[in-house]
Every structure is written in C-alpha cells, then in structure tokens.
Design a protein around this ligand. Structure first.
Ligand SMILES: NC(=O)c1ccc[n+]([C@@H]2O[C@H](COP(=O)([O-])OP(=O)(O)OC[C@H]3O[C@@H](n4cnc5c(N)ncnc54)[C@H](OP(=O)(O)O)[C@@H]3O)[C@@H](O)[C@H]2O)c1
Length: 329
C-alpha cells in the first residue's frame, strides 16, 4: 500500500453519509485514513467498501461510541499506540433529534450534546497540541447551516451546531499564524441517514431538495485543503446563511419552524423507538468503557479483521439502515 502524501487523517462518523464521502475525498489523494464510528460492523463494512474502491490506500478503523466520556481518550490512545501522527482531524460524527422540545427524547438529546459538542471539543483538545508543536495540521469541524439560525423542532441539535461554529471561530483566531488551520463545514439538508436517525423523515425539510453527501464532502474538502475558515456548500445553503445575516433571528426561527414541520402526521409514537440510537443501546449506556476496535484491511483479504482492544461490550450491529427513499439533490 502506498501513502503518497505521507499524510494521515482521522475522520469521525466515517461509516456513512458525509463522513464516508469525506473519506473518499482523502482516499483519492492517497491519505492514510483512520475511520471512526460507533457501530463496529457497519464501520468495518464501510472500511471494506472504501478499501475496495481505493486499494492503494491504508485504511484503519476504530469503533467507539463517542457519546461516552472516555471514548475520545481511548481513540487518542489507540492512535498513539499505533504510532499514527495526524495531519488532519475531521470531527464529523453527529446526529439530531426531531420534535417539539417538550416531547423529544431527553436521553437521546443528552447523548447528542455529548457527541456533537463534548467529543468534538475533547478530540480537538487531544490532537491539537501535536499539530501545534509541528506547526502544521488541519482540522475540519462539521457544523451545519443550522449553526447560523434557531432550529425549532430540532432545538437541541441546532444549539449543538451553533456551539461548533462559535467554538471554531474563536479557535480560528487563536490559531492564526500557528501553521494549523481550522475549517467549519456547514452542510445544508443532505441525503444521508441523518433524518432517519433524527426521526425527521416526514419533515418538509427532509422531503424537499436535499444536497448529496458527495457534493457536501467535496465542498468541505476543498475548503479544508485551502485552509479556508468556512465551507457552505450549495447555492441554497449560501442563500440561507445570507438570509440569516440579514433577517432577525425571530423571523428565521419562524421560517425554519415552517420548513421543519411534518408533511403528514406520524401514525404512532413508534418513531422514538425506531430512531433512537446510542442512548438506547443497552451495552453502550451501561458500559462506561466504549469498545475500541482497530483493523487494517489487507489487500488480499476480503474481510477486514479488527483487533478487539477491549471487552466486546458496546460493539453492536447497526440498527440504522439506509433510507429506502432516495432523493436527488
Ligand atoms: N444530513 C444532513 O442534512 C446534515 C446537515 C447538516 C449537518 N450535518 C452533519 O453532518 C455530520 C454527518 O452526518 P450525516 O448527515 O452524514 O449522517 P449519517 O449518515 O447518519 O452519519 C453519521 C455518522 O456519525 C456516526 N455516529 C453517530 N453516533 C455516533 C457515536 N455515538 N459515536 C461515534 N460515531 C457516531 C455514525 O456512525 P454509526 O452509524 O456507527 O453511529 C455515522 O458514521 C453530522 O455532524 C451532522 O450533524 C448533516
């Protein structure tokens, strides 16, 4: 296997959607890739798929539930032990929860805050010092168009994304002239598992025109490579962000509320059970020790064989299936 650039990237949430497409962008440029996600089997399959497409690239995977306190530390330790030096960190893993705040799932929202906010801060804190000491490195934080405006019916999710933008813009100033750049990718509504996981499949926004994960990732990747502060892919997203700079937040909130309403009422409350993720995973919630698995796909083998580093607790088959509804951007 060759690593032409000699560069290594770690991508969280790389097993599907935007993260997977970002991994494809890095693979095209011959980066060594460390894919991180929660569900081990889904992650391994994604790593195998990527390896199949980019046979010349070194691909590793670490399964970890990043909504758990010590997971970032475990991922960091694993990276250190393997002797990998990160040139790029991509904090992409994230999920949402749909519905009026008075009815939405608190457990899921707390896990979401943990993943979208705490794990992102924690991983940045762990990997930044080495980049600074080498005076080189790139960080991509995945925010959202929702970073710029209130998000009724996804109020907690929107707040996590606003945090990411605020945190990132402050860091960008601190990192000036350090050799390390930080880019915030702010995707619009994109055709991924996101809406299914959030329980928002019937919302107008999910039923509308969705960007493709590929175009969103390409926009983020280009901006990251140029060291740009922000990537807002697609014309529609740029228009929404521009509107948020002009219109009062209350007006944006009303517009977003309308956009986020359900197209048709849900038939039952089964939504919560079918869409909840990590927090409802019994082994994940009871175990303070998220399982971390690593594996390097050998070109000759057809299945990656991850090395189990801990107990098997927390490693599960993914309950999230790709939505059968396919939308064009
Ligand atoms: N799609 C959109 O409309 C949209 C718009 C704006 C921003 N974004 C942001 O884009 C990012 C990627 O989302 P996506 O749209 O590509 O959705 P996705 O297809 O559902 O991908 C989410 C990724 O995050 C991982 N993940 C979820 N929970 C995790 C946990 N507890 N620990 C570790 N990894 C976890 C998932 O892996 P597992 O399946 O193993 O959990 C998956 O790889 C998120 O930050 C999201 O907020 C999405």
């Amino acid at each position: 296997m060759e690593n032409k650039t000699g560069q290594t990237v770690l991508i969280t949430g790389a097993s599907s959607g935007i993260g997977y497409e970002l991994a494809r962008c890095f693979a095209r440029d011959h980066y060594q890739i460390i894919m991180v996600a929660h569900y081990a089997n889904k992650l391994r399959e994604a790593a195998e798929r990527l390896q199949e497409e980019f046979q010349h690239v070194n691909i590793h995977h670490i399964a970890a539930d990043l909504s758990k306190d010590n997971a970032p530390e475990k991922v960091f330790t694993e990276v250190q032990q393997q002797g990998w030096q990160l040139d790029v960190l991509v904090n992409n893993a994230g999920f949402g929860e749909y519905g009026p705040f008075s009815e939405s799932d608190l457990k899921k929202e707390l896990a979401m805050i943990h993943l979208n906010v705490i794990a992102l801060v924690h991983l940045t804190k762990l990997f930044l010092p080495d980049m600074l000491s080498r005076k080189t490195g790139k960080i991509l934080q995945v925010g959202s168009v929702a970073s710029f405006m209130p998000a009724p019916l996804q109020s907690v999710y929107g707040a996590t994304k606003a945090f990411i933008l605020s945190f990132s813009e402050a860091l960008q100033e601190e990192l000036k002239d350090s050799g390390v750049t930080l880019t915030v990718l702010c995707p619009p509504a994109t055709d991924t598992n996101f809406f299914k996981v959030a329980g928002a499949e019937n919302s107008k926004i999910a039923q509308g025109n969705l960007a493709s994960a590929e175009e969103v990732a390409a926009g983020g990747y280009a901006a990251l490579q140029k060291g740009e502060a922000r990537a807002v892919p697609t014309f529609k997203a740029k228009a929404e962000v521009a509107a948020s700079n002009i219109l009062p937040d209350s007006v944006m909130a009303t517009a977003m509320h309308k956009q986020s309403e359900e197209v048709k009422p849900k038939k039952s409350t089964a939504k919560k059970a079918s869409t909840a993720k990590a927090p409802e995973e019994p082994t994940s919630t009871t175990s303070a020790e998220p399982v971390t698995s690593t594996g390097t796909r050998k070109r000759s083998s057809t299945k990656a064989a991850p090395t189990e580093l801990g107990s098997s607790e927390g490693v599960t088959e993914t309950p999230v299936k790709t939505s059968s509804r396919k939308k064009k951007a």
